[in-house]
Structures are given as structure tokens and as C-alpha cells.
Design a protein around this ligand. Sequence first.
Ligand code: NAD
Length: 379
Amino acid sequence: MLTFTFATAGRISFGAGAAAHLVPTVAELGARPFICTGSNPDRFAGLLDGLPGASRFAVSGEPSFDVVRAGAAAARKLGADVVVGLGGGAVLDAAKAIAALVTNGGDPLDYAEVIGGGHPLTVRSLPCVAVPTTSGTGSEVTANAVVSSLEHQVKVSLRSASMLPTVALVDPELTVGCPPDVTAHAGLDALVQCIEPFVSGFATPLTDGFAREGIRRAGSGLRRAWADGSDLDARTDVSLCSLLSGLALANSKLGAAHGLAGPLGGLLGAPHGAITAAVMVAVSRANVAALTDQDPDHPALRRYAEVGELLTGEATAEAGLAWFAETAQLMGIKGLASLGLREDQVPGIALAASQASSTKGNPVRLPVERLEAVIRASL
Ligand SMILES: NC(=O)c1ccc[n+]([C@@H]2O[C@H](COP(=O)([O-])OP(=O)(O)OC[C@H]3O[C@@H](n4cnc5c(N)ncnc54)[C@H](O)[C@@H]3O)[C@@H](O)[C@H]2O)c1
């Protein structure tokens, strides 16, 4: 029997110029905005002109628990009544976590999955406006925030439907200045975030529609956006892929590539998309092999073939994986060894990945030794 739930941001505005809605949107939601930006707060300072009394909180790198603690303390002290995230996925996640912590109180670790208390966030977050400036995470429409624990060397999520942003403003023009490496990491991750929910056993007819269009947009725009960052049509394709990937992953589940990315990201400190791109082909090959072995009629096998068709016109899993591998190579994606992973760290990462929440979405169970083989194939 078909049943599913779908939840997303309260409102989504997409398209070149959408960011111009920022000031009136914030004014609708509160009088004392707390603005999270990236490490270069001046990059989009013009968009913030007209927000009276707005205070800025610069998030440098992917947010740690300390950054979330500091942001929530600053927002409370200022009596903030709305939070804005204007930046890459790291900034959006920091904004979402801060908006949740201000109203729920306590320490962010109380709510963290895996390494923390895992307590539910029961109080509605402060209103949050999410404005992505990279096209890769879809965090503007997801119900989680990824936070790094330096102590545990792992990245984990705070998660609650109440963390869905109130408004998402997705403006491809904001991504035009992204350098090629950021475009590559973020864009390949967006594609992985469409493929994993599409082959997951948790896929729904709604997430399928988003994932299919997202994969098609990545096939059309990703290489072009990387080669010429000023190509607004290509940037629009990749921004849409990213938004659709967030809609898909938040309402389905991911898979083993993201299950591996949690512990690998915490250990290596490499960009999230560089890691998911490095493991995606080996994860997919392991999935296709295990499914073919255990259940040759499994629907996920047809889905992998459809990914090939959407990306290349050839309806085979191998065509899609070859496209992904070629694109990653073109864009300079390195193996995990180049990112600093050592052979003796492989078993611990495989074990942690086998327990990660994203891995539960994988279309087939990959035992720890298969995950070790995937990591070795991605070195
Ligand atoms: N919550 C979710 O659903 C979700 C999903 C996927 C990933 N994530 C998280 O998102 C983060 C990755 O996000 P990301 O890929 O956007 O990278 P990022 O936010 O780390 O940004 C990468 C770099 O790009 C720069 N940058 C951002 N916008 C720019 C622009 N317009 N022009 C030039 N430079 C720009 C940033 O300053 C930074 O140096 C990770 O922390 C990951 O764990 C969250």
C-alpha cells in the first residue's frame, strides 16, 4: 500500500533575482534578525542593506558544536526573532541549528544523533530564511543541520521537521562567483543527493519526480557551470538540481555514499562534496553487484539504469556511472588517500558508516566488509 509524508520549507522562491525578496521577507517574519554569513561577509553585503539593526555572525568552514553554541548565545543575547542563513550549506546548517537551539535551549549535543542525546527538538525553531550561495546541499529545504564534532571526529545531524526553513530563496545568480572547485564539490553532491533517494527503498512518487528532474538538470548543466561559471542557464540547472535534491532527500533517505561521508568528513575535514563524489561510483557498483546477486528483479536496478538514461541517453547503470566517473575526473575529484585517508583507518570508517542513519536508505544492506571494499576502491 502506498503511503508517504511530505514536508518542506514554508515557501520557496526560485530564479534569478529571487534574493531581492530577502529584506521584505525578513521584515514579514521579525524585527530583530540574526544573520549568519560565510567567512567573507562582504560578498553579498548589498543584499542585507535595509535590514535595520541586523547583526552578523560569520561562519567559517563547516559548523562545529562550538560555533552553534556561540551563535545561539549571541542570538539570544540580541533577542533575535528571526534567523537568516546567507551562504553555502555550512552557513545554512549553522543558521538552522542556531534557530532551533535558541527556542529549545540546552546544548546542541543534547539533540545530536549518534554521539549526543538524540533528544527531540520539541519547540518550534525561530523563523529561518535560507538563501543558498552554492548549488549543492539543498539545505534550504531539509529538516536537518550537519554539525562537526571535533572531539569525536565525526559529522552528525540535528534533525526535526521544525528545523525546515520558513522561507527558501534560491537565486542562481548568487552562485555565479563560486570557483570551479566549489561548483564541482557542491554540484556533484547535489547529483548524489538525487541519485541516492531515487534508488532508495524509501523513495516516493513525489521524491521520484524531484530526483528525476534533478538528475536531468545535473546532466545538462553541471559540466557547463564548472567550465564557465558565468553561464547563468547552466547555473540555473545546477541550482534547481540542488533544490530538488534537498526536496528528495528530506522526504526519502540517502544511502551508503552519505553514510560514509559522515565519518570520513569528520576524520579528514575535506569538503563534503569531495568525499561523496569520491565514493559514489564504488558505492553504486557495490549496490548493483549485491542487488544483481541477491535479487536480479529488484526495482533499484531499473532505477540505476534510468539514471544512466537521464544522464547519457543510454539506459544502463554502467553508462550513468561512467558519466559520473568522467565528470569527477574532469573536475579534479581526488581519491580518499589524497584527502588523507590511511589504510589502517578503513575498518573504523566502515563500521561507523554501517551505523550511520543515511546508510539505512541504501537499497541493499552492504555488510561492513563490503563497505571496507568500497572505501579501498575509492582510495
Ligand atoms: N543539511 C543538509 O541537508 C545538508 C546536505 C548536504 C550537505 N550539508 C552540509 O553542507 C556543507 C557543505 O556545503 P557547501 O557545499 O555549500 O560548501 P560550504 O558551505 O562549505 O562552502 C564552500 C566554500 O564556498 C564558499 N562560497 C560560498 N558561496 C560562495 C559564492 N557564491 N562565491 C564564492 N565562494 C562561495 C564558502 O565561503 C566556502 O569557502 C557541509 O557542512 C555539509 O555537511 C548539509
